[in-house]
Design a protein around this ligand. Structure first.
Ligand code: GDP
Length: 433
């Protein structure tokens, strides 16, 4: 068995796309286990930039399985468009793609409801900002036992029956939020069934495929979406996503036992960012925040919205390590701190407050000064480093400090946006773990 789970250790945007892309080169299959098209990865193929939201990053490697497991919610229109684009670039030409029968479907009315709620939110009625892709409403339908699953897409009568059960609950809210006409369920069932027919040959029991691969000793990479602090159970509730983003979500989202999990790597930036509302104890002072934002290009990938920026929160990272069971940490964007004079790190919370036992919003960080590496020669050395030894001493000291505080070894370091600016300290796929 050689399996690796990779999850974001903060609030998302940790640079997972690049890290997973690099690790996927050695994987036989890459499996997404939660979330939907609220995630996004940019693949650079020759000179073309392609963004995938549903298909895992393994898609750049022909022959590597790209599996969408049952814990996901899938918008069939978005998936169709994404697969068409990838195919037009010569990818997914074989039988790489697999979609779980039991994954749930994001219906057009889920998307609409998300938008209507967001407009109501702007008027002060809902507390959580969302990406308006229908992810939250689709998960609500799933847990409410009225959702549409991938398997229903290929049986028009079953599809209509599922939709009617769902709309019985959704319709009154649509109307209350200002939707003008009722959804024409029969017409929509026809449209969705037509748009999904191509998918039927790829629909299967993904859990079984993964189990077979694990037992055969293949390299299986489980790709997380968002970050640990957005986990619906263990994140900064209610400012969270609708699924389990942490490693436990692999078992429930794929349908495999915990014994199938080998390594669990968490990705963290060398600092912290946050989008949307919710607590952020280590947010930096305005000047430092602006510097981090500019140096790190911290603007939302789809919205262009500036992200809130601050110092690395070691207690929160330790918490993420606990709820994921991290065996390794991947630290990204250490080159960005090279452009920040007088960087800091949060080593504790005041009054001994601990994350997980108190709401994050009520904690005040204890910050320590770091020996910076903002001299031009040091910044150049960071960007060029391909081994831990070639990093300047203050960077190595920072990585040591992270390891010690979190009690998890640093296994991968990213020193720039380029894929080549990554080095590993340990093999990701270890036979026998
Ligand atoms: P994700 O949302 O966690 O998947 O994050 P992405 O993979 O989309 O990464 C966000 C951005 O950070 C992308 O533009 C990456 O190219 C960039 N990036 C990733 N790692 C590094 C790094 O080590 N240094 C710098 N400067 N940029 C990086």
């Amino acid at each position: 068995m050689s399996t690796l789970v990779v999850t974001g250790a903060q609030w998302g945007d940790e640079g997972k796309g690049k890290v997973v892309d690099v690790l996927a080169a050695e994987a036989d299959m890459v499996v997404r286990f939660a979330g939907g098209n609220n995630a996004g990865h940019t693949l650079v193929l020759d000179d073309t930039k392609l963004v995938t939201h549903l298909v895992p990053s393994g898609c750049r490697y022909p022959g590597t399985g790209c599996l969408l497991a049952a814990g996901m919610v899938i918008d069939p229109f978005v998936l169709r468009e994404e697969v068409e684009t990838l195919r037009s670039h010569g990818l997914l030409q074989g039988d790489e793609l697999k979609v779980a029968y039991d994954a749930h479907v994001v219906m057009p009315y889920h998307r609409e409801l998300d938008g209507l709620r967001e407009e109501a939110r702007a008027r002060g009625r809902f507390p959580v900002g969302t990406t308006r892709r229908g992810i939250g409403p689709a998960y609500e339908s799933k847990v409410g036992r009225r959702g549409v699953r991938i398997r229903d897409l290929f049986d028009r009568d079953a599809l209509l029956a599922r939709m009617e059960a769902d709309l019985a609950v959704v319709e009154p809210e649509r109307r209350a939020l200002g939707a003008s006409a009722a959804v024409d369920a029969a017409a929509l069932a026809d449209e969705v069934a037509r748009a999904s027919a191509w998918l039927e040959p790829y629909a299967c029991d993904v859990g079984e495929l993964v189990d077979d691969a694990v037992k055969a000793g293949r390299n299986v990479l489980f790709e997380g979406a968002q970050g640990a602090l957005l986990d619906v159970d263990f994140g900064t509730y209610p400012f969270v996503t609708s699924s389990n983003t942490t490693a436990g979500g692999v078992c429930t989202g794929v349908g495999i036992g915990p014994g199938a999990i080998g390594e669990v790597w968490g990705i963290t930036k060398a600092y912290t960012t946050r989008v949307g509302r919710g607590p952020f104890p280590t947010r930096a002072e305005p000047d430092a925040e602006a510097r981090i934002r500019e140096a790190g290009g911290e603007y939302g990938a789809t919205t262009g919205r500036p992200r809130d920026c601050g110092w690395l929160d070691l207690p929160a990272l330790r918490y993420a390590a606990r709820i994921n069971g991290y065996t390794g940490l991947c630290v990204t964007k250490i080159d960005v701190l090279a452009r920040i004079p007088a960087p800091k790190v949060c080593v504790a919370y005041e009054d001994g407050a601990r994350p997980g036992t108190v709401p994050f919003s009520q904690v005040r960080p204890v910050l320590a000064d770091l020996e910076g590496w903002d001299a031009p020669d040091l910044a150049d050395r960071v960007a060029a480093a391909r081994s831990i030894e070639s990093l300047p001493a203050p960077v190595r000291a920072y990585l040591d400090r992270i390891e010690e505080a979190v009690a998890v070894p640093v296994v991968l370091v990213s020193t720039g946006a380029d894929r080549a600016q990554t080095f590993r300290l340990r093999d990701p796929f270890v036979e026998g773990r």
